[in-house]
Structure formats: C-alpha cells, structure tokens
Design a protein around this ligand. Structure first.
Ligand code: FAD
Ligand code: SF4
Length: 511
C-alpha cells in the first residue's frame, strides 16, 4: 500500500511511533504554504522559526532513510494550499492511502476532514502522541460540575502521572500549590544567567521570505537568529534551564524588568508547541534535576514550573476543544475598541507598555506577566475588541498557535468567555505593576497620581473599567471587594476618573 503521510509545521515529534515502523512505500510530506503564512500577520521570527524547524526535521528523517517530499515556500510545484498540494501528490505518486496526525487547530482539523471526504482513496488519522490528555478529557472530568477550575484538574494530573507525589493522594511538600511564595520582584539579584541563545545565520531563508512577499511584523537579526529549531537545540535549552534557571524560576515568575526580557523563564514554549520536545520529557527532566539537587533547589520553584505545563498547558487545550468554534467569537464584555497603534511600534510614553511591546517586537517573546498584566491588562482596561487583541497575540509570539493563544488571550486575559478560564478579570491599576517591576521608576507618568495630567493611565482606566462593566460583575463574588471600593468613591472623584479614562481611550497615541 502506497502511503502519503502529512507532517504539519507544529508536528515535529521525533519520537512519534510513525518513525519507528517499517517504512516501505511511505512518503512523508512537509509544506511551507501561503495558507499558513497568511491566516494572520505573523512575526518574522515566527515564520523563520517554523520553516527552519520543519526543514531540520525533514533533514533528520532523510538522514534516516525516510522518503521525504518538502515544498519550500517558493517551489514551482507548491500550490500554497493544503488540499491542492495533497490532491496533486496523490495523483502524481499513485498514492493509495492518505494519513495525517490530529491537528491542534480547529481550522486545520476541519480542513483535513473535508479533504479526506473529498479524496477517492482511504485516509487514516493518528494521535500526535504529544499531549498528556486527550482532546475531550476535560469535558469528561468536569461533567456535571458547575464551575471548572484548573486547580482540580491539575491535582488529578499530578496523581494520574505520579508527579511529585508523597503518597498516592498526597503531594510532596504537603501542598499542591506554592504560588504564594512565587511572587518576588527582581531587584538586580540574584544574577540572571544569559539565555541559552543561538546565533544562526538565516540570511538565505530571509531572502526566500522576502521573495515570496509575505507580510510580517517585528524585527529580526539575519546573522543571529536566537531560537532553538532542532531537537538538539531544544534539548540544550531544556538542560540549560534545569542547570541555570530552575533554581529561581518560581520566585521571579511574576517579576518584570526593563532590561531583562527572559528573567528566569525557560523559553521552552516554542520547542513544545512545535513538538520538538514533549511536555512529559520536559517535566521529567525538571523534576529529575530537582531530585538530584534538593539541597540547592526548593520545591516551590519546581512545583510552579510543573503546574504551568502539566496544569495550564493541558487545561487550555481541553478548554479549546470543549468550546470551539464558538469560543473564537466570544465577547461577553461587549468590548468594541481598536487596539492602539503603539502595539505595532512600541511608541508610547507608558514605560511598561513601551518595554513589553518593544521586547515582543525584538524577540517574538514576552513572558507570561508581560502578556497578561501589561499588554493584556491595557487592552482589557481600554475595552478593545477581542478579535483585535487575538490577532495581535496570534501574530507576534513565536509560540502562538491558536489552541493555546486564544484560550490565554480571549479567556485568561480578556475575560471574553465570561469567566470560563479566569474566575475574575486580570486587571490592575499601576500599583500592581509598580510592585512587580522597575518600569514605573523611569516612566513619564507618576504611578501614585490618580487623575492629574501626569498620572499613570492605568489608575483611571482601572476604576473606569469596573464602573463601565459593573453590571457584568454584580454576581461575581471575587469582585465584591473591588466593587464596594468603587461604590465608596464620591461622584466628583468618579467623574474625574471617567473623564481622564475617556481621554486615554479616545486618544491612545497621545499617551
Ligand atoms: P515559562 O514561564 O518558562 O513556563 C514554562 C512553560 O509552561 C511554557 O513554555 C508553556 O508551555 C507553559 N505555560 C505557562 N503558562 C501557560 C499558560 N497560561 N497556558 C499554556 N501554557 C503555559 N503560550 C503559548 O505557548 N502560546 C501562546 O500563544 C500564548 N499566548 C498567550 C497570550 C496571553 C495573553 C497570555 C497571558 C499568555 C499566553 N501564553 C501562550 C502562555 C504563556 O505566557 C507562555 O506559554 C509563556 O510565556 C512562554 O514562555 P516560556 O516558555 O519562557 O514559559
Ligand atoms: Fe506603566 Fe503607569 Fe508604571 Fe508608567 S507609571 S510604567 S504607565 S504602570
């Protein structure tokens, strides 16, 4: 039987059982396509990262004697569309069976189902063998329960996979969650080791992308591309994290700093989302390293990290498959504004936003709290339409793939799902940002002022948001305290707040 097996750009799983089998009559195909480069405007580093990682994996398979077809972006025969490329290959190569792995994105899942229905040959679909849960596990886990919370899912996963467990039911260290100890500001020490970077010369690939005239955003250094794009690179980033960064990961997980784009974060999301690394091997390596170094590394650093991958990452995927396709349209707070232009150039006097945006444009990366409490916080406080916010997040980050981007953006950050992912909106005034960062020290605005000309914009925006949206939050118990503080404001104070907030929302370019 002559088989054609499709490998999507985020299915670069070296350990997949496909590659362990007898390979007679099997052709693997990779496709760089305009349908993938153009469904949103991507950061240039994201396109380079995906193409390089795909090319490296194709080479890896060829070196192991697999039959591989690779469509480069400018190849003549490349029709830039999944259905057309597959149909032509089937005809040209007399293929008798088409096979693919379950895509992680809804749009590709639908497209591949349609393609298979229209083919005259048989098709078969396989698991990606990447995640620790199945697509519908979350639905089963929460069946009959009123409220979904990540915490119970995470505890169940810890038990199921026996990760950091003292007994079958009790967590190591006596607690499931060490979040409270993970909230330190970084003030220049401990020293942050330089990230495990790469200095790849990608000028030839950049020329190909230019020739194709793909519209992109963000910056790139053609002589010094900094992301892991092979299995070896990915393993070295993982080892580097264990040896150098894990020791302080939890402590500074929420910290923000003008000069430090990565702090103690792992930079592993791209390796995992492309499947060059599996979440289980990341967790096993980190926990294994911890067990060998318990005198140096505290459990709180490790638990914080494990929770992100075993908990949040799998949970978000579960929510995605539970709620799509409707999730893509959700806008429960009825926000309608446009995302300010400075999201594309960092040109704002607000220092926190200036740094979070320019670091994102320069690195195709921002760490979680920059995404959530700076850019996400501002977009929500200024009531931007979630479609606008989603498009930006889906484009700008190297790790942005819809299943994990949309659940974080629409759900966790913009509260557009009305509280499925987050039980209350992640919004704050300037004081939280000041507590966790050094941004405010060198800002044009004063974080302690409320409504004056030079007052931190977050301060009026915060109360204005609560006031504008009070109807939506009247039954949300977690908002009670903030709502009662809002009620205590005098009409005059509230009116000043609303006047300033309205100025900021209407003229973002002046701030
Ligand atoms: P670390 O801080 O080192 O964390 C380790 C790993 O945990 C990450 O690599 C990631 O795989 C996982 N993780 C941590 N938080 C989350 C989370 N909330 N959801 C899922 N996995 C998580 N992550 C993406 O992978 N792709 C996205 O497109 C994406 N968009 C986001 C948009 C917004 C608005 C927000 C608030 C968060 C988003 N995240 C996204 C989650 C998180 O910010 C990134 O995974 C993280 O910043 C990646 O950097 P890191 O690898 O250094 O992470
Ligand atoms: Fe951001 Fe306000 Fe601090 Fe300036 S003062 S950095 S705008 S939080």
């Amino acid at each position: 039987l002559k088989r054609l097996r499709l490998i999507l750009g985020d299915q670069l799983n070296h350990q997949h059982s496909w590659f362990k089998e007898e390979q007679e009559n099997t052709t693997y195909v990779f496709m760089e396509m305009r349908q993938e480069t153009d469904y949103t405007v991507h950061h240039i580093q994201k396109i380079v990262g995906f193409f390089l990682a795909m090319r490296n994996f194709a080479e890896y398979l060829r070196e192991r004697d697999h039959d591989v077809i690779y469509y480069h972006i400018n190849d003549n025969g490349n029709q830039q569309d999944l259905a057309k490329n597959i149909e032509r290959l089937i005809a040209e190569k007399d293929i008798e069976q088409f096979e693919y792995q379950l895509p992680d994105e809804y749009r590709l899942d639908e497209q591949l189902k349609e393609i298979c229905e229209s083919l005259s040959i048989d098709s078969e679909v396989y698991n990606t063998e990447h995640f620790l849960t199945k697509r519908n596990d979350l639905e089963n886990f929460y069946k009959g329960k009123k409220q979904m919370t990540m915490e119970y899912f995470y505890r169940d996963m810890r038990k199921k996979y026996d990760i950091m467990m003292a007994t079958r039911n009790d967590p190591e260290g006596g607690k499931w969650n060490f979040d409270k100890s993970n909230r330190k500001k970084w003030k220049g020490s401990p020293e942050i080791p330089h990230e495990r970077g790469f200095r790849k010369d990608i000028s030839a690939l950049l020329e190909e992308i230019e020739e194709a005239e793909i519209k992109t955003m963000g910056n790139i250094n053609g002589k010094s591309f900094n992301w892991p794009t092979s299995r070896e690179d990915s393993l070295s980033v993982l080892n580097y994290f264990c040896k150098n960064l894990l020791v302080h990961f939890g402590d500074f997980q929420d910290a923000l700093h003008t000069d430090k784009a990565y702090l103690f974060h792992s930079r592993l999301s791209f390796c995992m989302n492309t499947k060059m690394l599996s979440p289980k091997e990341v967790i096993d390596s980190v926990v294994g390293y911890y067990y060998d170094h318990t005198e140096e590394i505290d459990i709180s650093q490790v638990e914080g990290f494990v929770r992100q991958i075993l908990g949040w990452r799998e949970y978000m995927r579960g929510i995605y498959w539970l709620k799509m396709p409707g999730y893509r349209r959700s806008n429960k707070l009825d926000n309608q504004n446009k995302l300010p232009d400075f999201y594309w150039d960092g040109n704002t006097k607000m220092n926190c936003l200036h740094h979070a945006v320019t670091q994102s444009l320069d690195n195709a990366y921002a760490h979680h709290i920059q995404r959530l409490m700076i850019t996400g916080n501002y977009a929500l406080l200024t009531q931007c339409h979630p479609d606008e916010v989603d498009a930006w997040y889906l484009g700008i980050y190297i790790d942005a793939i819809e299943w994990v981007e949309i659940t974080n953006t629409r759900g966790m950050s913009q509260f557009a799902d009305g509280g499925i992912v987050a039980t209350k909106p992640y919004v704050s005034s300037g004081s939280y940002i000041n507590k966790m960062s050094n941004y405010c020290k060198s800002c044009h605005y004063s974080v302690s002022k409320k409504t004056e000309e030079d007052a931190c914009p977050f301060n009026s925006l915060y109360w204005n948001f609560l006031d504008d949206k009070k109807e939506y939050f009247k039954d949300n118990q977690r908002m009670n305290m903030m709502m009662s503080l809002l009620e205590k404001k005098s009409p005059e104070e509230l009116s000043n707040i609303k006047e300033r907030a309205s100025k900021i929302i209407k003229n973002p370019s002046l701030f």
